[in-house]
Design a protein around this ligand. Structure first.
Ligand SMILES: CC(C)(COP(=O)(O)OP(=O)(O)OC[C@H]1O[C@@H](n2cnc3c(N)ncnc32)[C@H](O)[C@@H]1OP(=O)(O)O)[C@@H](O)C(=O)NCCC(=O)NCCS
Length: 146
C-alpha cells in the first residue's frame, strides 16, 4: 500500500469522475469535454496527462496537466475531502509541473475562480503569482455542455 503518484488512463475514468464529484468540481462537463470519449481523445493527443495520487488503494487526488506548446496548464486539480490539508494538492501541482517541464514547457498557468480561497492559497504557496487581477476570462463554445 502507501502513497503513489501515477499516470491515469481511460481505465481509471470512473474513479476519476467519482473523485471530481466528491471534490465538488463544479465546472465538470460530463456530456462534453469531461465525457469518457472526450477524455480518451484528449489522452491520445499526448499533450494531456492525468496524474492520480493513490493512498492505500484509494484515489485521493488527481490533476490534469496539458500544454499548447507555448504554455502549460494545470487543470481539474482535486483532492478528496477526506484527504485535504495533508500536502497532497501541492504534491500534485509539483508532479504536474515535472511532466510539463519534461515536455519543454517553461511557463505554467492555472485559472482559479476568485472565490476559491483554498485553491488560490494553494497556488500562491506553490509560487504562482497573479499577473493581472483585472484579466477577464472569455470563451466561445459550440454548445453549453462542451
Ligand atoms: C484546492 C485543493 C485541491 C487543495 O488540496 P489540499 O490537498 O487540501 O491542499 P494542500 O494540503 O496541498 O495545501 C497546501 C497549502 O495550500 C493552502 N491551503 C489549502 N487549502 C486551504 C484552505 N482550505 N484554506 C486556506 N489555505 C489552504 C495552505 O497554505 C496549505 O498549507 P498548510 O496546510 O500547511 O496550511 C482542495 O481543497 C480541493 O480539491 N478543492 C476542491 C476542488 C478545487 O477547487 N480545485 C481547484 C480548482 S482550480
Amino acid at each position: 500500500m502507501g502513497e503513489e503518484v501515477r499516470t491515469l488512463g481511460t481505465e481509471d475514468y470512473d474513479r476519476l469522475v467519482a473523485l471530481w464529484q466528491r471534490a465538488g468540481l463544479h465546472s465538470l462537463r460530463l456530456q462534453g469535454r469531461d465525457s469518457r470519449e472526450a477524455i480518451a481523445r484528449q489522452l491520445e493527443t499526448r499533450v494531456q496527462t492525468i496524474l492520480g495520487l493513490e493512498v492505500d488503494g484509494r484515489l485521493a487526488g488527481a490533476v490534469v496537466a496539458t500544454h499548447d506548446s507555448r504554455k502549460g496548464w494545470i487543470n481539474r486539480l482535486a483532492v478528496d475531502p477526506d484527504f485535504r490539508r495533508r500536502g497532497y494538492g501541492l504534491r500534485l501541482i509539483r508532479a504536474a509541473e515535472e511532466v510539463l517541464k519534461s515536455q519543454g514547457i517553461e511557463v505554467i498557468a492555472a485559472l482559479v475562480e476568485s472565490d476559491n480561497f483554498a485553491s488560490l492559497a494553494l497556488f500562491q504557496k506553490a509560487g504562482y503569482r497573479e499577473i493581472d487581477p483585472g484579466m477577464h476570462y472569455l470563451t466561445r463554445r459550440d454548445r453549453d455542455e462542451a
